[in-house]
Design a protein around this ligand. Structure first.
Ligand SMILES: CC(C)(COP(=O)(O)OP(=O)(O)OC[C@H]1O[C@@H](n2cnc3c(N)ncnc32)[C@H](O)[C@@H]1OP(=O)(O)O)[C@@H](O)C(=O)NCCC(=O)NCCS
Length: 135
């Protein structure tokens, strides 16, 4: 997709990522609201987690979402933290972004709540096996 970039999260992005997380927190297993202080602590902790690759989705130089891929010890890749701003949804952005992070050489997977079928549609199209979980 032209203009789409997945850049590693930087200090400048942490408030954006916090807002996206909090606005969409009911789509995630850990649905606690995150404070600025907790977000700063989380960001600092990423330095010790080289297996967690947290990205910001940019379109034409505008931040529009978040996504992460975690490399597990079994070599598999787990997609997570997928969010796209409301006004950019339904245009294939999450599908394109997840596709950029998939690696066909290893097992790629992610979890989704059964009441969130769009997440499963996106994962399957991008090459991640969607694993349903119950609330
Ligand atoms: C999930 C999310 C990241 C998808 O982003 P997006 O950029 O809109 O995704 P895409 O445009 O690539 O694809 C969305 C697909 O889901 C489909 N979809 C939407 N609602 C659906 C539903 N109720 N049932 C089935 N499919 C649905 C869309 O039709 C679209 O497919 P299409 O292109 O064939 O029409 C976005 O909706 C979001 O931020 N949701 C809130 C957070 C979240 O749920 N994250 C995932 C946690 S596992």
């Amino acid at each position: 997709m032209i203009g789409l970039e997945l850049r590693g999260i930087t200090q400048d992005d942490i408030e954006f990522a916090r807002i996206m997380r909090n606005e969409n927190r009911n789509s995630f297993v850990d649905n606690r609201e995150v404070s600025p202080a907790e977000q700063a602590e989380w960001f600092a902790g990423l330095a010790d987690k080289p297996h967690v690759d947290f990205r910001i989705i940019w379109l034409d130089g505008i931040r529009i979402g978040t996504m992460s891929v975690t490399k597990h010890t079994d070599g598999s890749l787990e997609i997570g933290n997928g969010t796209v701003l409301d006004e950019y949804r339904g245009r294939g952005i999450a599908t394109a972004a997840e596709s950029m992070l998939a690696d066909p050489r290893v097992r790629c997977w992610g979890t989704f709540f059964e009441d969130n079928p769009a997440a499963a549609v996106v994962m399957r199209r991008a090459g991640f096996e969607p694993i349903p979980i119950r609330r």
